[in-house]
Design a protein around this ligand. Sequence first.
Ligand code: PHE
Length: 339
Amino acid sequence: NQHSADIQAFSTDNAEALEQFRIKYLGTKGIVKDLFDAFKQVGPEEKRVLGKVLNEFKQLAEGKHQQLKEALAAPAPHAVKTDADLTLPGEGFTLGSRHPLALVRREITGIFGRLGFTIEEGPEIEDDWHNFSALNFPEEHPARDMQDTFFIRKGGENGDIALRTHTSSVQVRMMEQGKPPFRAIMPGRVYRNEAISARAHCFFHQIEGLYVDENVSFADLKQTLFYFVQELFGEGTKVRFRPSYFPFTEPSAEMDISCTICKGSGCQLCKQSGWVEILGCGMVDPNVLENCGIDSKKYSGFAFGMGIERIANLKFVIRDLRLFSENDVRFLKQYTAAL
Ligand code: PHE
């Protein structure tokens, strides 16, 4: 009958609802009790038939109640017993930070990017031609010793193979492979055979710049670098150019900026001079253009190169070069905020 169908369809995972079910069917005023009371009133003939039906009904109700009660008492399948205190706060996770050299490189490439310079890269293992000869270093010239080279192989078909001593080698590769105008900056790691100390390392990082087109002048060089310094170190930073020598530029210069700490009034960083040197630069020597297959009558250009560590030292006041490559997290995590 209807009650049997209701009982079969019934299900719950709620203790309160199950108790309601018990009271409704099995309670002292429940349906089963009522039916048994009524049963007493019928005649013996009907008792035989009804007795069986009634017993089956009672068992159905009791069975259902028992089944649901056991299901309620059993732990849910996904609940794992644990002694852990689930109210404790979770463990925080540490976020990495960008390396200060990467931060500075990104800032510099960003500034030149806004001036229309593209980014170029070249190999760290270089041949003599790209690192020296094409850049106008004469054979046996002492300038080759100026940069203490790590040689990988002496002699051989393409001359000596070495770790590049500067990113100027990328200038050569770029000019050999393309056609003017060139306007690019070239970041990368360079190697020099020097004793490691607070002020020198056997590898460091440079950013090279090259601009070659018709009618490029020293005035373009000065204005480009002046703008760069205002962007990187802030408006009002002064620049000055001192005559210098590089085999691959003529004329050549070194550029100083007014000291970032004392703004030129004299401090320890600038050794009381008020100035700090930040890069080498000059007009690309016509010999270099010709070595790379570029008509030096038609085209001229400027180039510059700077050490990224040097710039980072000025921006972050880092006094020991070795910190950059020791991977000490106490050092590295200071730059988290700069992300
Ligand atoms: N290559 C030079 C150095 O490593 C820097 C430089 C680059 C100078 C380009 C002039 C022009 O010192």
